[in-house]
Design a protein around this ligand. Structure first.
Ligand code: BEZ
Length: 404
């Protein structure tokens, strides 16, 4: 059992005993009370954070946590008038442990809402537990298309993206830049495969040809053999999905292999977000599409960046934005019911209708509860993924298979 888990158990024990004392005292004084006043008197809103805090995606999990907590702190530490109690599980980006880890929060800690996760395979493991329990779930990153596709449900929300959304618009970008053939390289798991499929769909619609799909097992970072293969194929462009530590290593290896400057490199924006400090000039000129960018220079984004930098002494990235917006979406739901989580239908309705004032720009949710959002074209200039324009306005995931 991890230290976090132990602390979660201790806190849970403490909460249960203090809740019992408060309830007994209240009944002793008042005889009977409406159920919500008892809960209000004794309980905080229980928020379960199921994120990676170790491994390749640890930086992403930390940024999401920071962003979420910033949204809560901006509201005086309360949502819907109630304080927040955090229960934390490190999911290690390990899909095999996802059902057990989800149950720690859902069954053991009985959280009111789960915020998680980063890895698409882990999200797929969470989905079964979440759908069966009916626990509210806000997904602040993992792009698995199924989550807002065939597995969509009233209690499942996402403040990030579907994997399809992040690469579909790249087809138009490559076409506009005269690239007719491309190789896609990525990790072999749902996120990489679905981003590849989204790219292929968008690129082929524009008359382009995806000539080769290249895969590395997650989370391995041995790219050399595949880079040699790319050099021999000589496509017009290389498109990649890697993130976190893996993205930093790929950018450096691409440069070291002599491909930078020879075959232009594109990707979903995870290839350059949160990694540019670590790669010297290896990222320079790389073009990506994503729902966030540096240099947006809006009032909301400037305020967010300042607050984040002041609080954490770090620059925010797309993961911090998605965590922040998970906090904002939860606030919209809880405010509507004044913190009474038993009014689940009203809370869900308020979340469905929310217009989130995000640092990325305002967004609404589709019927499948996935953001309908602008996809920016970005280009690495120095240490920034600078916005170049909007590659696709208000892009909605097709939500194939969603029946709600
Ligand atoms: C995913 O597994 O869905 C994912 C992980 C990191 C960045 C983007 C997507």
């Amino acid at each position: 059992m991890s230290e976090n888990d132990k602390q979660g158990l201790k806190r849970r024990g403490f909460l249960q005993s203090s809740a019992a004392i408060a309830v007994t005292a209240a009944i002793g004084t008042l005889g009977t009370l409406a159920p919500f006043s008892l809960a209000q008197a004794a309980d905080k809103i229980k928020v379960g954070l199921m994120l990676p805090y170790t491994g390749t995606y640890a930086g992403l999990g930390n940024a999401i946590t920071n962003g979420f907590k910033l949204a809560v702190e901006e509201r005086g530490g309360k949502l819907g008038g109630r304080e927040i109690e955090y229960f934390v599980v490190d999911d290690e980006s390990n899909p095999a442990k996802a059902p057990e880890n989800s149950n720690k929060l859902v069954q053991r800690d009985k959280v009111d809402v789960v915020i998680g996760t980063v890895h698409s395979g882990v999200a797929m493991g969470m989905a079964k537990v979440i759908r069966e329990s009916g626990t509210l779930w806000i997904n602040p990153n993992a792009g698995a298309d199924q989550v807002t596709g065939p597995l969509c449900a009233p209690n499942i929300f996402r403040t990030s993206f579907s994997n399809w959304q992040t690469t579909y618009a790249l087809g138009k970008v490559l076409k506009a830049e005269g690239r007719k053939t491309a190789v896609f390289i990525t990790w072999k798991y749902a996120a990489g495969e679905q981003m590849m499929a989204g790219f292929k769909e968008g690129f082929e619609k524009e008359g382009g040809k995806l000539v080769k799909e290249l895969y590395v097992p997650f989370p391995q970072v041995e790219f050399q053999a595949l880079l040699t293969e790319i050099a021999s194929i000589k496509p017009d462009a290389v498109v990649a999905f890697f993130a976190g530590g893996g993205a930093a290593k790929f950018l450096k290896d691409y440069q070291a292999a002599g491909l930078k400057g020879k075959i232009p490199l594109y990707g979903s924006g995870f290839l350059t977000d949160g990694v540019l400090e670590a790669v010297g000039d290896a990222g320079e000129g790389v073009e990506t599409t994503l729902h966030y960018a540096d240099g947006l220079n809006t009032k909301k984004d400037n305020a967010f960046r300042l607050a984040y930098a002041k609080t954490y002494k770090l620059q925010p990235d797309v993961y911090a934005v998605q965590g922040y917006d998970a906090g904002q979406l939860l606030a919209a739901g809880l405010d509507a019911v004044k913190g009474d989580v038993s009014k689940k239908a009203a809370m869900i309705k308020a979340m469905e209708n929310a217009k989130i004032d995000s640092p990325r720009g305002p967004f609404t949710l589709s019927k499948a509860h996935n953001p309908v959002q602008d996809m920016y074209l970005r280009k690495v200039v120095g240490k920034e993924s600078k916005v170049q324009g909007v590659a696709w306005k208000a892009l909605a995931d097709p939500a194939r298979g969603c029946k709600q």
